[in-house]
Design a protein around this ligand. Structure first.
Ligand code: GAL
Length: 680
């Protein structure tokens, strides 16, 4: 890991709060889309809604550098100044998500090349390659020009780099990528022999004589490609996004201003726990919960998405939050009902959002996103979304300062979003659910049953977590094993799902018996494994002392060494053989589950495991429709209570404390929210 780029760096952790002094509340604003006569009225209405910030400029490079090397920021100077008169500060963006036309016209080699060797056309956005040396040069140039220009502008308070890198297109096979990929591999392996061994190129005569023969893996081959090469290619894509961004971050930091810097995501082929995020002050997460169409599932997916993002680096800024319905030409998402935008916003804040900007201020009348509805409609008339924004803004005046320095309290967690293991699964899925899909099942069960659930990476601080589940992580780095052992010895209950530890960091199958690096800790090994035969016809069950549980997808028969039997297979040829092991170690336990932790297994097994871990529901008296989340600091606790029901609901009792947000009394309005503060 390279040295962080700034001196006040705080190590990433799911408990890391934002470095902000304020809660920033606002919207993505595109003054370039509107007549400038609207600006003062916009600023006045933003201030009335409680805004203190807008984000600008991410797609306006063509205005800032209309001709190569000629810079002109007058339009944005004017907009920033007019907003500032109403107390609205600006987060500027480096505009590299949309290159000007002169750039791609004069330098077509900057265009990304798809897997069929076709250069992408200019005509949308994100058409340039982040590894291309010339594009990087242009990116540095515009970043420097912006840094110098805005250096003395007191109303520019922070920066977003680019915009949702890798959102539309994360791969590239241009000439520059070929060279840079080889360079990346040469740095990593030094000798071609080491690369040949790491990739297993003796298979199918893939042997390389020198680095010059290596290409990015494209699908134009008769059949499947080498999985080790593919994982290194994904690592290269992530590295190249990180280095592209690092150019910009270094330039912005050279200004010596107290600007905060973030990026908004999170998209494909970027390791958000790696250099990419470590160079930033905080990660940004663009939250569009309505992408999940089912209103019933959305509650769970929204909580899971926020928790999994928080596991990457800690609390985050939400540079884009859904306000209205949204869509592009072929689709339109559902519409937040009255009160629902407020509810979604509070869920996002409760689960780690330390600032929030809506997408977008006003719905655009032209371009590819005519129906991505903002706070205001096309006709500029403030309607219910604006009224709701004003309500939230007024509430945040009180709540914002209280949130400062708090983190989300959890006592059970599931491991998610490890870049290598998630990518290894995508490369070689075997028709099985991904570890992150299964993590979502585990999270859904814990959260849905009223426990304080979250997501944590094994490298992170596991203190205070009583139950920790690692689902099917094929790549387990050996250096994590002592951390996990320490967690267990100190009283944690660690649950490991089938197929964990089966691959090396080179993405080959391990030479050791499964679960590889975890075998000693687990105290058992896998004697036989397989995908379940047609599940509907050859149904398979396992049996604990308390219940009979339907197994799905995969079975493993275990050989117990230092562990004891927790559950056996109950039928078919596996009947009577060990399916789940348990080992006592120090004050804790390690449980290895020889099947997938899919919904029936969660429903059958997790009730037993939460009991074993001594987990308590903090608010058992609350109705199921009410989500309760705590954000805590040394001296206070903020309890968010969120009604997910479209009707009114009355709680039997509420946690004690001062009501900071919401209506007094036990009643919750439809989608209503209360926030209660307690001093500790
Ligand atoms: C985000 C993107 C925005 C806008 C929005 C709505 O992914 O950053 O620029 O496109 O979605 O589609």
């Amino acid at each position: 890991m390279n040295k962080p780029l700034f001196s006040n760096y705080r190590p990433i952790s799911h408990r890391r709060p934002a470095p902000f002094k304020n809660f920033y509340f606002g919207a993505a604003y595109y003054p370039e889309h509107w007549d400038s006569s609207l600006l003062d009225n916009d600023a006045g209405r933003m201030a009335a809604a409680g805004f203190n910030v807008v984000r600008m400029g991410e797609f306006a490079w063509h205005m800032m550098e209309p001709r190569e090397g000629e810079f002109d920021f007058a339009f944005f100077d004017e907009a920033i100044a007019r907003l500032a008169r109403h107390g609205i500060m600006t987060i500027m963006c480096t505009p590299t998500a949309a290159a000007p036309r002169w750039l791609t016209q004069h330098y077509p080699d900057t265009l990304r090349v798809d897997s069929e060797s076709r250069p992408l056309q200019h005509g949308s956005r994100q058409q340039c390659c982040s590894s291309n040396f010339r594009y990087r040069e242009f990116s540095r140039r515009i970043s420097s020009a912006m840094q110098t220009h805005f250096l003395d502008n007191p109303h520019v308070i922070g920066w977003q780099t680019d915009n949702e890198m890798n959102c539309h297109f994360s791969e590239c096979h241009c000439l520059s990528c070929q060279e840079e990929f080889r360079h990346f591999l040469q740095q990593k392996y030094v000798s071609i022999d080491r690369l040949n061994t790491a990739w297993g190129t003796v298979f199918w005569a893939l042997h390389f004589d020198d680095f010059g023969q290596i290409e990015t893996p494209r699908p134009n081959r008769p059949t499947y490609c080498n999985p080790s090469q593919q994982l290194d290619y994904s690592r290269f894509l992530s590295h190249s996004a990180a280095m592209f961004q690092r150019d910009q971050v270094e330039i912005l930091r050279e200004a010596g201003r107290d600007w905060f810097i973030f990026h908004n995501g999170c998209m494909r082929n970027i390791d958000y726990r790696g250099d990419f995020s470590r160079d930033l002050d905080i990660l940004g997460y663009d939250s569009y919960p309505m992408f999940v169409h089912s209103a019933v599932s959305r509650r769970f997916s929204h909580a899971y998405n926020l928790d999994s993002i928080r596991s990457l680096t800690g609390n985050f800024i939400i540079p884009e939050h859904q306000s209205g319905p949204g869509g592009q030409a072929p689709y339109l998402l559902g519409t937040p009902e009255p009160g629902e935008m407020r509810k979604l916003s509070y869920v996002s804040i409760a689960r780690g959002g330390d600032s929030l900007l809506y997408f977008r201020w006003r719905t655009c009348r032209f371009g590819a996103e005519e129906y991505w509805c903002g706070i205001l409609d096309h006709d500029d008339v403030p309607r219910r979304r604006y009224q709701e924004t004003c309500r939230i803004g007024a509430e945040l005046r009180l709540l914002g300062p209280e949130l400062h320095g708090t983190f989300v309290k959890i006592d059970c967690a599931v491991a998610v979003r490890d870049y290598d293991t998630s990518t290894a699964h995508k490369i070689y899925p075997l028709g099985l659910p991904s570890p992150d899909q299964i993590a979502e099942c585990v999270h859904k069960w814990l959260y849905g049953n009223g426990f304080e659930a979250g997501c944590v990476h094994p490298e992170d601080d596991l203190s205070g977590i009583k139950l920790y589940v690692i689902p099917h992580w094929e790549i387990i780095r050996p250096e994590w094993v002592p951390l996990l052992e320490n967690y267990v010895r100190n009283g944690g209950v660690l649950v490991i799902g089938a197929r964990s530890g089966t691959r090396t960091v080179d993405n080959q199958i391990t030479a050791a018996s499964f679960p590889g690096a975890l075998s000693d800790l687990v105290g058992a090994t896998v004697e036989e494994y397989g995908k379940q035969n047609p599940e509907a016809e050859r149904v398979l069950y396992l049996k604990t002392a308390k219940s009979r549980i339907l197994s799905e997808h995969w079975y493993e028969v275990l050989r117990l060494h230092q562990a004891e039997n927790y559950a056996t297979w109950d039928n078919r040829f596996q009947a009577g053989l060990p399916a789940i092991s348990i080992r006592s170690l120090g004050r804790g336990k390690v449980i290895y589950v020889g099947t997938y932790l899919s919904e029936p297994v969660c429903a059958g097994l997790l009730p037993e495991l939460v009991e074993l871990a001594g987990l308590q529901k903090p608010w058992p008296q609350l109705p199921q429709e009410i989500e309760a989340v705590r954000r805590v600091a040394a001296d206070r606790e903020l309890i968010f209570l969120i009604n997910h029901c479209e009707g009114e609901i009355t709680a039997g009792s509420l946690p004690e404390g001062d009501l900071l947000v919401g209506l007094t009394g036990l009643k919750f309005e439809p989608y209503g929210v209360k926030v209660i503060r307690r001093h500790c």
